[in-house]
Write a protein that binds this ligand. Structure first.
Ligand code: ZN
Length: 177
């Protein structure tokens, strides 16, 4: 999946944008998700941010950042909060027409949510070798046995997304967070 993205970027000939490559809107929304992740870090939360936008128009429908500590809620992941807000905004639980942008590869719960909510496109930043369920540990969003598979774009602003997490855990280890 990611390989496809990078190989196509390496191609020398001009070509139309293929599925699996980020759009300009994806990139702008990732910047927004990064800002949300920064807000989480400022609250002492693991910095993950998410935005849901209407794919065709770029209209933002929901946002969220990790609030596990603030809410004492093990399910208060950025994606879950953003997806719920978006479903409320469009008054429907099906998000086929939407793109979920999140700074970190979704976990098993959130990847399951992407399938259950029929999210049309999933765009994420850093891979999560410890809990990622889209390619790292599991491939829930690519599993043909499930009844929905989103288009997935991985690695968007991956370095900035990962840097934010690494800096957070560094501060945490030093007792500064
Ligand atoms: Zn999650």
């Amino acid at each position: 999946m990611r390989g496809g993205v990078f190989y196509s970027r390496l191609g020398g000939l001009p070509r139309a944008r293929a599925a699996g490559e980020p759009t300009g809107t994806d990139d702008a929304m990732m910047a927004r998700a990064l800002a949300l992740a920064g807000a989480a870090a400022a609250m002492g939360e693991v910095p993950v941010g998410a935005v849901v936008y209407e794919t065709a128009t770029g209209r933002v429908l929901g946002e969220g950042f990790n609030r596990r500590e603030a809410d004492n809620d093990p399910a208060a992941h950025a994606e879950l909060l953003a997806v719920r807000a978006a479903a409320r905004a469009i008054d429907h639980w099906r998000l086929n027409q939407c793109t979920l942008v999140v700074t970190l590869e979704p976990c098993a719960m959130c990847a399951g949510l992407v399938v259950n909510a029929r999210v049309g496109r999933l765009v994420y930043g850093a891979s999560d070798p410890k809990a990622g369920a889209c390619e790292s540990l599991y491939a829930i969003t690519a599993d043909g046995r499930l009844n929905h598979r989103p288009e997935v774009v991985a690695g968007v602003r991956a370095e900035a997304c990962g840097d934010l997490l690494r800096a957070f855990f560094r501060r945490l280890r030093r007792g500064e967070a």
